[in-house]
Design a binder for this molecule. Structure first.
Ligand SMILES: [Zn+2]
Ligand SMILES: [Zn+2]
Length: 190
């Protein structure tokens, strides 16, 4: 049985987690038998924190996610954090994933909601529409990173969630679904 786990680090809004879990369950119904929320990890490993950058190093958190997957029998685990992530040589990342062409042996991916929040860019209260926007952005980033773990590379189609996002505008422009070619490759019927 193939299972996808959703692993929160620290406090992330419960409704957002439920939304993501539901949507991923529907979209990946042919890929994963189950999409389940795992017991949350209270604290991000302090070793991942870089004081100079005031950011967390994603690959170190990915190790925790990977070992969680290996120990728990989940095929893949999506980690969700609310801290700013980076990898060396990049200012920040929205997310990261293990990748292999076959989609096998990959276990972990991670997304950060920090830069998906409208309040990161300006001092505003979240209203209903902005919450909706945050949910949609989070779903897109989740689909994108899980897509990588399933063996998808970046896609040039404008109509595909696997299109690379360099900035938030790119994320907002792309749809929350896979193009036909990518969907077919990972066994999703659309
Ligand atoms: Zn990517
Ligand atoms: Zn595509």
């Amino acid at each position: 049985m193939r299972k996808l786990g959703i692993l929160r680090f620290g406090n992330i809004d419960n409704d957002l987690i439920l939304f993501i879990t539901n949507e991923l369950g529907k979209i990946f119904s042919n890929v994963f038998n189950k999409v389940e929320v795992l017991k949350k990890i209270e604290k991000i490993p302090p070793i991942a924190f870089n004081q100079q950058r005031n950011q967390y190093k994603a690959p170190l958190i990915m190790e925790v996610i990977r070992s969680n997957a290996l120990n728990s029998g989940y095929d893949k685990i999506l980690g969700i954090v609310n801290v700013d992530l980076y990898v060396p040589n990049l200012n920040f990342i929205f997310g990261q994933a293990e990748f292999s062409e076959s989609g096998k042996d990959t276990r972990a991916c991670i997304i950060s909601i920090t830069r998906l929040m409208p309040s990161f860019y300006k001092n505003i209260e979240l209203n209903k529409d902005l919450v909706k926007l945050l949910y949609l952005r989070t779903l897109k980033e989740a689909l994108h990173e899980i897509g990588h773990t399933l063996g998808l590379r970046h896609c040039n189609s404008f109509n595909c969630v696997m299109r690379f996002s360099n900035c938030l505008e790119d994320t907002d422009e792309k749809p929350a679904y896979f193009c036909k070619k990518c969907a077919k490759k990972i066994g999703i019927f659309i």
